[in-house]
Design a protein around this ligand. Structure first.
Ligand code: 5GP
Ligand code: MN
Length: 339
């Protein structure tokens, strides 16, 4: 943020405000961590803060401090809509366009509040009075730490915020291994540990929570994996029936796509997950090197994200989606082989 943007924010936060902090649909660790961290900070500044999500989030994030205070449109529609309508100020975190909030979009569009965007995805939309966007950042949670620094209020960092932001940074960096993880990220993490984040416990709470059902579903996914060596590509499919057979719960397929990407010689990995309720196929794309899955998803699957991690959706059947995906690869052959 430049000094002008910082002073706009300082001015907005100078008087007590009703504030809503909102994350994206199907919130992940970074959405939950960054929203909770910012909410805690803003409450310490004396504001009245409501943390809002479009829908529920996975069990492996429920233990995070203050996670139980989050309300979502799906389960608490009246409270959620009122909070948005009554807000003076709305912070939107970890997404770049209002449609990423699903059914919340229409209420956010009607809101009279000023918006502030904090996010690290490509191409942020222009709906906020301050756009704190930095696509080089590993996570929105790291940005919330810097946001507190910009406001000269890093002394407000407490154990809860430290834990919340640690979760966001850890999950969005694949435990500090993706290229966007910088020396600064590690310095921020050092600060969070000093402020009370229990790093080892946090890793256990998030990653060592497998159910037998999830591991069986992983078995199904790995069994369905297809390699396309010519394109340095591997993909996984999971049908609605396979989800049902393994008692699928939200979050169970998180990280599956990374197994495809972990194979020697693979630079592009995809997972296609059938969702009969929404009548879509949810797609997650991952890459290594220069091949942009953000562009690939924008161009072909109504999605987006980052260069090496993006998501999207398809409105055709699972089979048709995969056929379509394979038919696109020849055009990318050289890009994939150079990635
Ligand atoms: P995931 O594959 O884990 O759902 O998402 C990977 C990245 O892409 C995340 O940063 C996520 O925010 C973004 N993403 C996922 N789905 C979509 C989508 O439908 N549209 C856009 N623009 N971004 C998405
Ligand atoms: Mn993120």
């Amino acid at each position: 943020m430049n000094s002008e943007e910082i002073s706009v924010i300082k001015k907005l936060l100078n008087t007590v405000k009703k504030i809503v902090v909102v994350g994206h649909k199907n919130p992940d660790g970074d959405a939950i961590g960054s929203c909770l961290g910012l909410s805690n900070f803003l409450r310490q500044l004396g504001h009245q803060v409501t943390t809002v999500m479009p829908n529920d989030f996975p069990v492996f994030l429920k233990w995070i401090p203050e996670a139980s205070e989050i309300i979502n449109l799906e389960q608490d529609s009246q409270k959620t809509i009122s909070a948005i309508n009554e807000a003076d100020l709305i912070f939107t975190l970890d997404f770049n366009a209002l449609h990423r909030t699903g059914d919340l979009e229409e209420y956010l569009e009607k809101a009279t509040a000023d918006f502030i965007l904090i996010d690290h995805h490509q191409k942020p939309d222009d709906y906020a009075v301050v756009i704190y966007s930095d696509v080089a950042m590993c996570s929105t949670s790291e940005m919330v730490f810097h946001f507190m620094e910009y406001l000269d209020r890093i002394n407000f960092l407490n154990k809860e915020i430290a834990t919340q932001l640690y979760v966001g940074i850890m999950t969005d960096t694949g435990s500090f291994r993706y290229p966007a993880t910088t020396a600064t990220t590690h310095r921020v993490i050092a600060n969070l540990i000093e402020a009370g984040a229990k790093n080892s416990t946090i890793h256990q709470n998030v990653y060592d929570t497998n159910s037998p059902d999830r591991l069986k579903l992983l078995g199904v996914a790995l069994n369905n994996m297809v390699m396309l060596p010519e394109y340095k590509t591997a993909y996984i499919t999971i049908s609605q029936e396979e989800l049902n057979e393994n008692n699928f719960k939200k979050g169970d397929t998180e990280g599956f796509v990374n197994y495809a990407l972990s194979m020697t010689g693979v630079v592009f990995a995809a997972i296609f997950i059938e969702n009969k309720k929404e009548d879509i196929v949810k797609i997650s794309l991952r890459s290594k090197g220069s091949f942009s899955v953000n562009d690939f998803s924008r161009n072909h699957f109504n999605g987006g994200g980052h260069i090496n991690a993006a998501g999207g959706r398809s409105l055709t059947s699972l089979n048709q989606t995969v056929t379509n995906f394979i038919s696109l690869l020849p055009d990318y052959k050289s890009a994939l082989n150079e990635s």
